[in-house]
Design a protein around this ligand. Structure first.
Ligand code: UN1
Length: 486
């Protein structure tokens, strides 16, 4: 089995522990490749190398950095199919979605490449004459990127592209479930012309490699996508540095009595069971009007029964495996919790019919908003139906969770649409479309326990740059603000 290195200062290295771990194909349970189990020492070396890389890279004009990011997009485009297949092998999502994942990476590299010719600051007036005021953007220095496994190309690409265009040095620690996609992306960056010491790559446990990056006083920014407990840990332990967190979700779809039900069913199936429910944006709650509840349930059951589980490479497959054994067990534990809470299981709730980490698409109804299955993120193919009788109750139910990432409403009523747009407490709201499918040129992120940042779009560069305020006084005299401005 092939063994992959870590990259420090662009050089291939083995872990200082001498230990390795395996990345697994979740559809078969078989190992694909070996990776280095990095250590605190390896993380420290990576940070040192990134400091050197940063000095060079931050002096490269941003449009030139943009040219290199554009090359990344070109290579990704050329290799799109092959990369998508690799993604399916390592993470399990179905091929069309894997192609979408790679496309999202292409899109964000293209977008951020263009940002190299903007990176706008402001100019403004001064309260004094012969004085000029403006803001400019400066990189943070060395930043740590800690990424999840559910979008093995797209999410690292959001962070890498934005961090690079702003001129930072990088230490990149991917999820131990998808290091093969991650190292492939890093090698594409090198091939495209990113200086090798600018992007340092260390695989290994969060508790050591991740923790060293988080706590280092040589690192000035952390961008993390993952779980709430880890996000809270980072906030408590990172010290004074810029921390961007993208955590969980318990996203809902409101279906009002005037909704196009077939359209809503399409949205629920896509949002709830696409990526086997393993998206931060996945639709895990359906908040449905009493008048259409029965009808919606019937339509959903009919569709769910037709969903075929299998390898993501098989064109007949609708739903791929979960990422690993512990996710499978977590998903099943929530089925048991739902049943013990008194919810009614309409379909699914089983596993073990085939090798690999497969779980049947699961639907619960008669769910009350205080039940754990209605409040906690499962990150599997489990959707719960909660009944409401008017728009105010629907919005109240939607907001009655700790998370605030994505939301959706299906209705023909313009007033209810705008009520939802304004009053739902999430970073993203869709009207007559599912909760998933964010585009890279718009900001992505949430509120409440979901996080504190926005990635993608023009706001995506805020996470990786500081605003510096500049005053230029060309009067030749001492002019005192607030005092000499009469
Ligand atoms: C995530 O699950 O963390 O909007 C990211 C979407 C995708 C990104 C999801 N474009 O569903």
């Amino acid at each position: 089995m092939k063994e992959y290195p870590i990259y420090i200062g662009g050089k291939s290295r083995k872990s200082s522990s001498g230990k390795t771990f395996e990345t697994i194909n979740p559809a078969t349970g078989k190992a694909l490749a070996k990776f280095q189990e990095g250590t605190r020492k390896d993380a420290t070396s990576a940070i040192k190398a990134a400091e050197i890389g940063f000095k060079k890279w931050s002096n490269v004009p941003a449009p030139k950095r943009g040219d290199i990011l554009f090359n990344v997009a070109v290579i990704l485009k050329k290799r799109k199919k092959e990369l998508a297949k690799l993604l399916v092998m390592e993470m399990g999502k179905v091929l069309p979605e894997a192609l979408g994942d790679v496309q999202e990476a292409i899109d964000v590299f293209e977008y951020m490449a263009g940002e190299g010719r903007r990176l706008f600051g402001h100019t403004t007036t001064s309260e004094l004459s012969e004085k000029f005021c403006m803001t400019i953007r400066r990189p943070l220095g060395v930043v740590g990127l800690i990424t999840p496994w559910n979008f093995p190309f797209a999410i690292p690409a959001w962070k890498l592209s934005a961090a690079l265009i702003c001129g930072n040095g990088i230490v990149f620690k991917p999820s131990s479930d998808t290091p093969l996609c991650a190292i492939t992306l890093v090698e594409i960056l090198y091939e495209a012309g990113v200086p090798r010491d600018v992007v340092n790559f260390v695989t290994g446990p969060g508790a050591t490699v991740g923790d060293e990056i988080i706590q280092s006083n040589k690192v000035f920014g952390i961008s993390f996508t993952g779980s709430v407990p880890t996000g809270e840990y980072i906030l408590k332990n990172a010290g004074i540095k810029k921390v961007g967190l993208e955590l969980g979700g318990k996203n809902g779809i409101i279906v009002m009595d005037d909704a196009d039900l077939d359209l809503a069913v399409d949205g629920i199936i896509w949002g709830g069971y696409g990526t086997t429910g393993q998206r931060c944006t996945a639709a895990s709650r359906v908040i449905v009007h009493t008048k259409v509840k029965k009808q919606l349930e019937k339509k959903l059951i009919a569709r769910i029964k037709k969903l075929r589980l299998g390898s993501g490479l098989d064109p007949k497959t609708d739903v791929g495996p979960l990422i690993n054994q512990s996710t499978l067990e977590k998903t099943h534990s929530y089925t048991k919790i739902g049943l013990s809470e008194g919810a009614k299981l309409l379909c699914g709730g089983k596993y073990g019919q085939r090798t690999g980490f497969f779980y049947q698409p699961t639907l619960f109804t008669n769910v009350k908003k205080n039940m754990r299955i209605a409040r906690e993120e499962i990150f599997g193919p489990t959707v719960v139906i909660i009944e409401i009788s008017n728009i105010d109750e629907a919005i109240k139910t939607m907001n009655d969770v700790d998370y605030g990432l994505s939301s959706s409403i299906y209705t023909q009523n313009i007033k209810n649409s705008f009520k939802a747009i304004e009053d739902i407490e999430t970073g993203i709201t869709y009207v007559n479309s599912s909760t998933i499918g964010a585009e890279v040129h718009l900001p992505f992120g949430g509120i409440k326990k979901t996080g504190n940042t926005r990635e993608g779009g023009i706001h995506g560069i805020d996470e990786f740059s500081e605003i510096k305020t500049v005053y230029v006084d060309y009067s030749g005299t001492l002019q005192r603000a607030q005092i000499d401005n009469k």
